[in-house]
Design a protein around this ligand. Structure first.
Ligand code: CDP
Length: 313
């Protein structure tokens, strides 16, 4: 009984915290948003000097030569770069010396359902999407179709495509909607993900799919982790949405976020929402989504990025 009352107190405290974040978010969102160039420049140069995303976010032949070591971010294991592995790394970093104008980062939140944001999202110069989220099936009106970069957690290759041990065509067909975008694979979080990620890359090559697979650099993730910790975020693993937002903040002058709302009710009308716009699989416990959201809201109110919580015109 004692334990039960402890649990319910913990749950109550959590609920209270979440309600506070929602309340703050709605209040902050109701104010007119204006980009604050000074805040943005300061934040970006701090982030760039600590994380060097434009040179380090992706593994390349420059930052990981043959013989160097890759240290996994989710375990203490390491992997030596062999000539074979090296040969599939990108030659040069796709973002070095680049600044883009407007970027849309699309989170997978159920808040996008019936948002009509597809056209607005697609009008951005660079569109980033997470975890191979689906684009067809009538979703396009609300999430758009343009994709310049899409992330993939290798658990998707395992759970949805039989770890690519059997027929591989369904996997290649599922990539068609992302055209020739960059496919950013989280191959070096755990050693169990590496072999299946390589199979994904060989499949893409063998079937001549136009998508361009690249690896997320675990060293970049480590520096991002420290950076966000210095901003007050305490969590074990950063969510895909925060990783892609961080990259966009270095890469783009104007960062717009859609589909970021890790709560189960709509901010304005409070009707129940599914976790994703395409399913209701609950978030992983390792992420501190409401705390991340609180941070993003802070950046929104400082005019550093713009969160979109309402429907689009
Ligand atoms: O892999 P992960 O669990 O981080 O992501 P996901 O569920 O595929 O969603 C992609 C990203 O969208 C998340 O990392 C969050 O940043 C964001 N998201 C959100 O803000 N609210 C939701 N209800 C769902 C996702």
């Amino acid at each position: 009984v004692k334990q039960n009352s402890k649990i319910s107190k913990k749950k109550k405290d959590n609920l209270q915290k979440v309600m506070e974040v929602i309340h703050k978010a709605v209040e902050c969102y109701s104010q007119t948003w204006k980009k604050q160039e000074d805040n943005y420049q300061k934040f970006r140069s701090n982030l760039s000097s600590k994380c060097h995303g434009l040179e380090e976010a992706i593994i390349t032949q420059n930052n990981k030569p043959v013989g160097s070591e890759i240290v996994y971010d989710g375990s203490k294991k390491t992997l030596k770069v062999t000539p074979e592995l090296f040969s599939i790394f990108m030659k040069e970093h796709p973002f070095s010396n680049k600044t883009l104008d407007t970027c849309a980062v699309v989170g997978n939140g159920g808040i996008l359902i019936n948002s009509s944001c597809g056209e607005t999202i697609d009008s951005a110069q660079f569109v980033i999407r997470c975890n191979l989220a689906p684009l067809g099936n009538g979703y396009e009106k609300h999430v758009g179709t343009k994709t310049d970069l899409v992330t993939a957690n290798p658990s998707i290759f395992i759970n949805k495509f039989g770890a690519l041990n059997g027929r591989r065509r369904p996997f290649v067909e599922s990539l068609r909607s992302y055209g020739n975008s960059l496919l950013l694979i989280h191959a070096f979080s755990f050693s169990a993900y590496t072999a299946v990620s390589l199979r994904a890359i060989y499949t893409i090559e063998d079937f001549e799919s136009p998508i361009r697979p690249v690896f997320l650099n675990p060293e970049y993730l480590k520096s991002l982790h420290l950076f966000w910790r210095s901003q007050g975020l305490r969590e074990n693993r950063l969510s895909t949405g925060l990783i892609t937002t961080s990259l966009a903040l270095e890469l783009c002058n104007n960062v717009h976020l859609y589909g970021f709302w890790p709560f189960s009710n709509h901010p304005h009308d409070l009707y129940p929402l599914t976790n994703h716009y395409y399913d209701d699989v609950k978030p992983k416990k390792v992420h501190a989504m409401p705390a991340e959201f609180d941070l993003l809201m802070r950046l929104h109110s400082q005019g550093i990025l713009r969160l979109h919580l309402g429907d689009c015109p």
